[in-house]
Design a binder for this molecule. Sequence first.
Ligand code: LUZ
Ligand code: MOS
Length: 750
Amino acid sequence: MKNIDSSLHTTGKSAYIDDFVVPADTLYGHVFYIRSAHARIDKLDLSAAAKIPGVVTTLTANDIQGDNQIGSGADDEPLFAENAIHFWGQPIALVVAETSEIAREASHAIACVFTDREVITEPRDAARRNEFLIPPVCFSTGDVEQGFAACTHVISGTAETGGQEHLYLEPQGAVAIPTEQGVKVVSSTQGPTAVQRTIARVLKLAMHQVEVEVGRLGGAFGGKEDQATVWAVMAALAASKVKRAVKLVLDRPDDMRMTGKRHPYTSDFRIGLDANYKILAYEADFFQNGGAATDLSPPVLYRSLFHSTNAYFVPNVKVTGYSCRTNLPPNTAFRGFGGPQGIFVIEAAIQAAAEAIGVDVAVIQKANLLDEGQAFHYGQVAERCQARRSWAQLERSFAPERVAKAIEEHNANNRQFKKGMAITPICFGISFTKTAMNQAGALVHIYSDGSIAVSTGAVEMGQGVNTKILQTVALTLGVDPGWIRVQSTNTSRIANTSPTAASAGADLNGKAAQLACLTLKKRLLDFLAKHLGTDVAGVDIQNGTMIHLGKTLDMTWKALIGLAFEQRVALSAHAQYATPNLHFDLKTKRGAPFAYHVYGAAMTEVTVDTLRGRYTIDRVSAVHDFGQSLNPAVDLGQVEGALLQGIGWMTLEELRFDRSGRLMTDTLSTYKVPDIYSAPCEVLVEPLECSINPNGLLNSKAVGEPPFIYGIGSFMAIRNAMRTVISGGALHFCAPWTPEWVLTALYPLK
Ligand code: LUZ
Ligand code: MOS
């Protein structure tokens, strides 16, 4: 089945926040902030702005009835700063005017006197001053010191990865409409309930007075898991103050300056191997740049620790995470959620070990892949482990040894253009690491004309979750997909939703929809059996036809529903799904936090122009574990998109903050994202054969985040190509590897 949204997208009919038809007297908001990343606010005077014609009101912390607090991870984030700001772009006030142009102009008339304070942008600087968002977190298993003592080779080093702008095509935004009982907000958020809860808290309302509606998002990638809330709350606050609809949409530079991004990490590693290249011990310290408030930094840090050994078995592990408070915007969820940052470090460590020992890196990787029944360092046992099977299929299908040989030959005969390759195995745990978040709701209505409406907590953000839910409903009820519509996500229809995140949107919400459909199906079959005067075991509904004792009945779906309605059969059902058997002990850092793991392996081939520092990604060949894919076209799109986003993170995308904490790369002319010219010339994706997953939706596996990690291969492959001209000496593991940095590494200043 093709993605149900593809024709809407390609004909421009998909409706986003900016397409939402607003009342004629809608007002527009503009957020005011000052040109500083850390300052004491001495004086704030909005009177000049308020006098500008067209300005209807201004809002500051003084306008808040409830708590001036929007922090999710901790109560450390005011909606409007009062006495101090801690990052460049932190909101201080909102101007509300008849047009967005007037609101923007008026914000320039706000007078704010402030005193700059010292700015910290680097996590290690923060750590030296004990500026942590949470106490250090340590996961360990076995005894690393004993492990290292038994090793033939011990290698240590440092690895760094940069931040990343989400660059969702649709910027952050919301429209708030005052209602009789409270407020209704249309928001571009992954987490409607988080928006609802925070509006209730700030406006001093009960949650049932707040309705949050989400049609679809023009991309999110984690950037709207938490950080869509701010703008929705501001719009709601303004709307309830002036009793008119208020729309607030950030322009691109403001969005890039004011919102948090992927966490940059700088990490120290030590890895120990025996004479057979078995990794006996691994130790790492991760310094996470958390930004100025807690936000999702703690769970992101936890996921770095969970995934710090990637797809390898390591008997002795000690990994420690430091969530460092700096004066950057609060960094937040971004596809992979700390996993890629953790995995980069062990891949760098293995690469460093291979170079120090003088052995092919793939030999070490392969020798240490996780086996069925082995335990991760947090105690969960790998079941239906696909690490070795993915690697083996990659070898069968894409012959990496032959590729390596061809590259060697090429490099021997070419001075300027050097080729390199790398294999990246992946392993990613599926479930929110916070067990309580692994639940979802669904509400299915069958209307009396036979048409079916499905509501869940899932937010469609381009990833195709609605298509998968629709397929699940069609399959479970046994009806033609044409009868079914997936509705918007709305807190009045589905309560207490987890954000659509952690790659688990289709799993959780699809399973809830499946449960609701099973209830309806049972009611309908009971009714059909009674209607025919037969036993329920003899009737079924399949592919839109009614079946009795193996024979097709002369009764349409529509007719069945008409009859059932006449007989007062309940044609609506709600269900909740909660992933079973998850547990994790935060004290001992042990348990089984994941429903299952996603595996895979990719080979990346590149060519580096060693004169200019430029490179091309020639080919990425991957064997990816989809389980039994529900929708191969949707899933392939996820792999391709994630791969390219991962390549961007590793190669092109470079956030630069100046010493005062100002983001210098706040436009698309200064922040380079991969386009079609920097995409791999060829992407070959093979599904891993015979992977079944009873813990997933209809045997499928989650797909959103794991393939992002394949991007690491582009960094390693470029590095390997550079190695052919730089023998010995330092070649740092410091991403992103922009052409400028490649050139600088190839021709270091003496
Ligand atoms: N969000 C979250 C996530 O709140 N918890 C998680 O474990 C997670 N994992 C991946 C992406 N988003
Ligand atoms: Mo996410 S990083 O699954 O919002």
